[in-house]
Ligand binder design. Structure first.
Ligand code: PLP
Length: 391
């Protein structure tokens, strides 16, 4: 199977598997135990934190290990609304965030949330205008790169804007790691990552915190992670995450390799809109990740395309969430102005590092073949998703 669903998760890198295996054999003790074997694990854990800090360009003590981006985002959101609890306090949030932010903000923030749409034009100027004279806004949330569309936001400029105004800024950098260089990350107040997005183990990640805004408080219990996130640290997974990040960062820092991959993706987009007339690339014309294409088709809902591509040997995702049996329109696509009917016919295609030019061409050919099949079927009004909103 060709992996065009890399934004969902990634296979563990060999270095990460090896590091995890070695640590599970040799450093399995509890890092909080006071006998020498436990202390040794604690020393190794802190060395991993230091090395991780060096790699990310941040102070090691600002890294709180946890189970991944979902937990990191939830910790931050809960802590923010607990600390900024005056009735007028507001959090300014992009409406294109991952559900782990969007939904936790809706639950914990209620009506103390102000949403904005990061548009194609200058997001920073847009935010500057919103913040002007609005002292109720106490923090800003905007992701670096979108998981569904790959669209990249100007996180460095927004971080600078928030810094000038003394506002905490949380940036979900989960999809950036291991895909693009992450220099200047140290300037971010808060960010998060999940190891399984770049070849590390699932269920491991971190939250970067800021000593300027000491309001973060995660799980309470045994006092691990400077008392900010209790629970026995999973050293084998943490060291595996470090090894995976080291290797994938080296790939991401190779500009030539990123550029060539971007050109393969662009060529695919160029071909597919000609082969399937009426198809639309939702991230076209926007700066986006080299591996991600969000494409809406003129016919058939996303599950049809996912299944047909699966049979043809390609892994891709539907661009809409499907919980229970009812496909749900993606809020990210809605924010981009994509019509509901069309959003339900959208695929997210996200290539792994192993995908080469011939794989992109093969994916194009497979889609072309499926499209011919769709056109040869007798037309029926009942084969299409019926958009109840339009009635
Ligand atoms: N943020 C973004 C942008 C993501 O793509 C994901 C996962 O898809 C998450 C957060 C949540 O990550 P995890 O499921 O590893 O906690």
């Amino acid at each position: 199977m060709k992996n065009f669903d890399y934004n969902a998760t990634t296979p563990m890198r060999a270095v990460a598997v090896q590091a995890w295996y070695d640590a599970s054999q040799q450093s399995w003790e509890n890092a909080s135990s006071s006998y020498s074997a436990g202390v040794r694990v604690k020393v190794r854990l802190n060395r991993a934190r230091e090395n991780m800090g060096k790699l990310l360009g941040v102070v090691p003590a600002s890294l709180v290990f946890c189970s991944g981006a979902t937990e990191a985002c939830n910790i931050w959101v809960q802590s923010f609304f607990h600390y900024f609890n005056a009735p007028n306090d507001r959090l300014l949030v992009s409406d294109q965030e991952h559900a782990c932010l969007r939904e936790s903000i809706q639950i914990y923030g209620g009506d103390r949330v102000q949403w904005f749409t990061p548009t194609e034009s200058d997001v920073t100027a847009q935010l500057q205008q919103t913040l002007e004279g609005n002292s109720d806004i106490k923090g800003v949330v905007m992701m670096a790169a979108n998981n569904e569309t790959g669209i990249c936001n100007p996180w460095k400029a927004v971080s600078e804007l928030c810094r000038e105004r003394g506002l905490p800024f949380f940036c979900d950098t989960c999809q950036l790691f291991g895909k693009l260089p992450v220099e200047d990350l140290g300037k971010l107040d808060f960010f998060c990552l999940s190891a399984h997005k770049f070849g590390g183990p699932k269920g491991t990640g971190l939250l970067k915190i800021s000593s300027k805004y000491p309001f973060v408080r995660g799980a309470i219990g045994g006092g691990q992670e400077q008392g900010l996130r209790a629970g026995t640290e999973d050293y084998p997974s943490i060291i595996a995450m470090y090894e995976a990040l080291k290797e994938s960062s080296a790939l991401a820092n190779n500009a030539e390799s990123v550029d060539i991959r971007l050109s393969w993706k662009n060529e695919f987009c160029h071909r597919i809109v000609k082969t399937i007339p009426g198809s639309v690339i939702h991230n076209e014309g926007r700066e986006s990740l080299w591996n991600t294409v969000s494409i809406g088709f003129p016919q058939k809902d996303a599950s049809y395309w996912v299944e047909a591509l699966d049979q043809a040997g390609f892994m891709v995702s539907a661009g809409s969430a499907c919980s229970s049996s009812t496909p749900k329109e993606s809020s990210v696509l809605r924010s981009l102005g994509v019509e509901r009917r069309f959003a339900l016919r959208t695929l997210r295609i996200s290539a792994s590092w192993d995908i080469d030019e011939s794989d992109w061409l093969a994916l194009h050919d497979a889609l072309s073949m499926i499209w011919r099949r769709v056109n040869s079927e007798p037309k029926s009004v009942f084969t299409e998703v019926i958009d109840l909103d339009s009635f």
